[in-house]
Design a protein around this ligand. Structure first.
Ligand code: ATP
Ligand code: MG
Length: 183
């Protein structure tokens, strides 16, 4: 399973519809300071279920909605869709029925987020678990924020273990066990 497309509409600095096609191999994004490179990676984290607005460099989740610039008016909603290429049929079991899987998250000002998997409305939790089962997600060690390497060196052993569990693809199981224990 691979990320194949990332679509943004009204997310942060991207007021117009944008589609990023991720071809096989390495994709590099280059551009001047402030052009939106980090916003693209944040869009990917956000659609995978990031729940912390601080991790989005925002002071509230509505801040991910385009707030206007120059002569472009602010928007009232933002939407990000990630398309997964599942031609190799390695998606987690219940989603492993098609060659592509589309996950989207939409936020309306003051109304929170709605998630969809292949057009069907689901809970944030379903999206988070799907990516955890696929050994990725908003907190995947594969997404390296600025300053994160330093944090890792200074981290406590339990925090470092969480990273290894993500990498080993068992964080979805742990998360389900934690949920079961709370019931
Ligand atoms: P650098 O090279 O400095 O790391 P970058 O290409 O990673 O820059 P980003 O941090 O992705 O740039 O983008 C920052 C820009 O996004 C800023 O100009 C900021 O004003 C804009 N931005 C962030 N949130 C919003 C929003 N909600 N509405 C409009 N613009 C926004
Ligand atoms: Mg940046």
């Amino acid at each position: 399973m691979k990320f194949s497309r990332l679509r943004l509409l009204g997310f942060k600095s991207f007021t117009d519809p944008v589609e990023l096609v991720l071809e096989p191999g390495i994709t590099g994004v280059v551009g001047p300071n402030g052009c939106g490179k980090s916003n693209l990676v944040e869009a990917l984290r956000w659609v995978m279920g990031e729940s912390s607005y601080k991790a989005m460099r925002a002071s509230g989740m509505d801040d991910v909605i385009f707030s206007g610039s120059g002569n472009r008016p602010a928007r009232n909603s933002a939407e990000v869709t990630v398309v997964l290429d599942n031609a190799d049929r390695t998606a987690p079991q219940q989603f492993n029925t098609s060659d592509t899987i589309e996950i989207s998250r939409r936020i309306e000002r003051e109304q929170g987020s709605v998630y969809r998997i292949n057009g069907r409305e689901v809970r944030a939790r379903d999206v988070q678990l799907m990516f955890a089962d696929a050994s990725t997600g908003a907190h995947s060690p594969a997404l390296v924020r600025q300053g994160q390497i330093g944090e890792l060196i200074a981290a406590k052993p339990t925090q470092r273990r969480a990273l290894l569990e993500e990498a080993a693809g068992i964080s979805g199981l742990h998360s389900r066990r934690h949920e079961a224990e709370l019931r």
